[in-house]
Design a protein around this ligand. Sequence first.
Ligand code: HEM
Length: 538
Amino acid sequence: TGPETVSPTGQPTGADQARVAQSGAYLTTAQGTRLYDTDHSLKAGARGPVLLQDHHLREKITHFDHERIPERVVHARGAAAHGVFRGYGTAAGVCRAAFLGKDVETPVFVRFSTVLGSRGSADTVRDTRGFATKFYTSEGTFDLVGNNIPVFFVQDAIKFPDIVHAGKPHPDREIPQAQSAHDTFWDFVTLHTEATHHTLWNMSDRGIPRSYRMMEGFGVHTFRLVDADGGTTLAKFHWKPKLGVHSLVWEEAQIINGVDPDFHRRDLADAIEAGAYPQWELGIQTFPDTPEQTFEGIDLLDPTNIVPEELAPVQPIGLLTLNANPSNFFAETEQVAFHPGHLVPGIDITDDPLLSGRLFSYLDTQISRLGGPNFAQIPINRPHAPVNDMLRDGMHQTAVHRGVAPYRPNSLDGGCPFLAGADTGAYVETPVQVPAAKKVREAPVSFADHFSQPRLFWLSMSPVEREHIIGAYTFELGKCYEQAIKERGLRVLANIDSELCRRVAEGLGLPAPEPTVPLAEVAPSPALSQVGRTWPAQ
Ligand code: HEM
């Protein structure tokens, strides 16, 4: 499958090229010429100078010199697996996507990652984890590019470079936040109080998962689902691990970082190799698609919010099973390119400003990371649905397109490819009403409450989970060099809960400040405190 290719010389093309690069019994140059020696440079005499005319030496070293590609600007460290997704058919009432149909099986590729560390960093650091799934559906590729934490640090994508600059290793000494330098991260998240909710999740046990197999996943944003009649429903996606949600404790995580920095990567690969295939149920929370796009007073376009499962239960819609390890890390795990804009009929976006920026960012970064605009032709990125596009040429073009008329309409090439309609599988955007409004650079008033949901999370924690959170804040803020940042951190905690603030202040040896906003009145959500428990009950 993939772009239709022909080879004028009759050689295999596309996926078969991998086989071509490793066929035949003899070692050859890249041009197929057989080699008699690959251990010695061509020299003038056994001890003589090396000759420039040694093509094999130059080819071997030149190729090696270019083996590395840039690592991802975020989520550089990851591990991935192949699998299958089986729809339950239970989403049919709200979503027309074919892959969600009853017993429809769709191949998938899932990449888990940390966010801030480089490609060679350790697995069990305190961080958010990526959970990105590529569904190779019959209607085109759908990517659900999520995290293991259901909220995000910033409400607007224009601030994404800022949070990432603040979280990456210090620019002067290149010391990662997770070791001894913490000032930039805490500087940012205490100045931007919208980051409080995500940071609190990071400081909880969710920030140090036991295994990729034991994490929840979240699409974070609210999406718009479209049914067969064009009716719409707002929804949030959830992955629920069959093994339950489990975490490490901080001391374990630190020891494992030193003893086995590949702990999560190894755990995933070993489990699959042993036949203990990890499974997750995909579920949706659904909300009426009203003009306000709110639910029980919660702004559904604000990615720093969750909707408690007590208010909107997660309804299971399918089962993911990971059952095969990649055969080549670079070809698959490193070159896979996810994009939140890879959507299929039945799944549409909302106006969440964080999502809007993401729709631009992924394609843009992949053009430089994967060397040009043709990375959809890399085997791991090829759709399993037929492709017939008018995209031509460019760096790393491997398809040999036929015809002379890659434009529409045309009267050559025996006629244009057909345009589909909604009834023949076209992706048709939902005709949502756009409000008449002035252009402004500002956030809506409904994005202003930064503390109610963090307080909800804190109050939902069990006593032992609270101890872990207190310990994490005390450790992390304690690593800041700047006293002013520690004090500002305590002012943020005072607005979540006075006990949390008091205990961390005690640990830091600083006075506990008073809250600057009234502490929100919220009812704890037992469903938020899932660590060490199994879902669904087994
Ligand atoms: C990569 C999730 C917000 C830019 C990733 C990956 C995940 C992810 C899982 C790794 C994909 C992989 O395994 O290859 C999320 C989530 C977000 C979010 C859940 C918020 C809800 C953003 C925003 C931006 C952004 C706001 C930019 C405006 C990127 C970039 C990459 C990336 C540039 C690297 C992609 C690549 O090189 O292939 N993100 N992200 N992300 N994300 Fe995000």
